[in-house]
Design a protein around this ligand. Structure first.
Ligand SMILES: N[C@@H](CCC(=O)N[C@@H](CS)C(=O)NCC(=O)O)C(=O)O
Ligand SMILES: [Fe+2]
Length: 361
């Protein structure tokens, strides 16, 4: 029996997939996300599994892979398509390769076009395939960067994905609209770019006129992924135990609004925005103490070193800076609120003050 789990990173709308042999406990993880390594590692440990491989579907442009960090934490090996030219992998994959876990394996199919090094992984029973960004649900990966090519993608999808059994379930690298999976049959019929009667000319015409902005993280993500997410100084910070924290590729510990709410009362919250923002439309968190970023270095004496500190700002940028200032001042248990007050409020957590837009104020 195979244990199969689909995991999601809301920041980049990326899916990570876990496949394990239930008898032996050997497992593989497709497309882990750097910031979610803590989650993935605890999940794998809790299920008592042994992570053999992290598998990349391609060099991602929108998030950093967790492959290298998971290798440090769990001893897994890294596999990536040979065409990518990536360094720091343990295995360079090509079309027709097989990746074994327990009594099962994944078949590797080369599906270039979104990038030149895209792979689709197919389960041995051909019940599931993991298409990365070659084929998305009612969409497909863009072809306007990283050696992308619409003609190549057309042939990859038609010859390597649409030739799978009609009832084969397809699991993409992302979905931006909340869908989870599709099937070969469904995409053959309903994919607006390549389904139905669309031919190569239609497809290339469609893909040449997408006019999408580049992914926000592209300049950081691509170079980082070309070395499988390896951290510059090879230094892996020890995992904090005072809360569930995620480490960003920039080396900042983050806490989600959900976890912060769970821990409130057990830590110090500092709001590093300006006073008018603290009293402004987003409001502030009940226990937060206002210390604007510009004043933090000289006011650190107001905080207790033995108690964790969480820094909060509007979007999460100034609070990252605040954690660096606190670390320099000798604070060891520090994190920032992921997504700042914008996400805190959007997730429906309580605020003090703030404007009630519904009441028209
Ligand atoms: N808005 C996203 C980027 C979305 C994006 O460009 N996604 C790529 C996958 S790496 C894609 O191929 N999208 C196809 C589409 O949106 O149709 C970000 O800034 O990270
Ligand atoms: Fe992609």
């Amino acid at each position: 029996m195979v244990i199969f789990r689909q995991l999601f990173d809301p920041q980049s709308s990326t899916y990570t997939y876990l496949l394990a042999d239930a008898q032996t406990g050997e497992c593989v993880l497709i497309d882990p996300v750097f910031e979610q390594c803590g989650r993935d590692a605890s999940f794998i440990r809790e299920l008592g599994l042994e992570l053999l491989w992290t598998l990349e579907t391609h060099i991602h442009a929108d998030h950093v892979t967790g492959a290298w960090l998971l290798k440090q934490r769990l001893g897994s090996k890294i596999a990536v398509c040979a065409e990518t030219g990536a360094t720091d992998a343990d295995r360079l994959l090509g079309h027709g390769d097989k990746i074994a876990f327990g009594d099962h394996f994944l078949e590797v199919r080369a599906t270039p076009g979104h990038t030149n090094g895209c792979l689709t992984y197919v389960t041995d029973d051909k019940i599931r395939a993991f298409t990365g960004d070659a084929l998305l649900i009612r969409g497909c990966g863009r072809t306007d960067f990283q050696q992308g090519d619409a003609r190549t993608l057309f042939h990859s999808i038609k010859e390597q994905i649409f030739t799978l059994p009609d009832n084969c379930l397809l699991f993409p690298g992302h979905d931006y609209r909340g869908a989870i999976a599709t099937s070969v049959n469904e995409e053959k019929r309903f994919n607006p770019r390549i389904g139905g009667e669309q031919n190569e000319i239609d497809f290339v015409g469609y893909m040449s006129n997408l006019s999408l902005p580049h992914p926000k993280q592209m300049d950081i993500a691509v170079p980082a992924n070309l070395c499988c997410g390896r951290l510059a100084e090879d230094k892996i910070p020890a995992e904090p135990t005072w809360a569930h924290l995620n480490l960003t590729f920039a080396g900042i510990w983050e806490i989600t609004s959900h976890s912060l709410e769970e821990c409130s009362g057990k830590l110090q919250i500092i709001d590093v925005r300006e006073p008018e923002e603290f009293m402004g439309s987003l409001g502030h968190i009940a226990d937060a103490v206002l210390i604007p970023l510009g004043e933090l270095a000289k006011r650190v004496g107001e905080l207790r070193k033995e108690e964790p500190v969480v820094a909060v700002c509007r979007s999460g940028a100034r609070s990252a800076q605040a954690t660096l200032i606190l670390r320099k001042a000798g604070f060891e248990q520090v994190a920032k609120l992921s997504g700042g007050m914008l996400r805190w409020q959007a997730s429906g957590h309580r605020v003090v003050g703030g404007f009630d837009y519904d009441a028209g104020l």
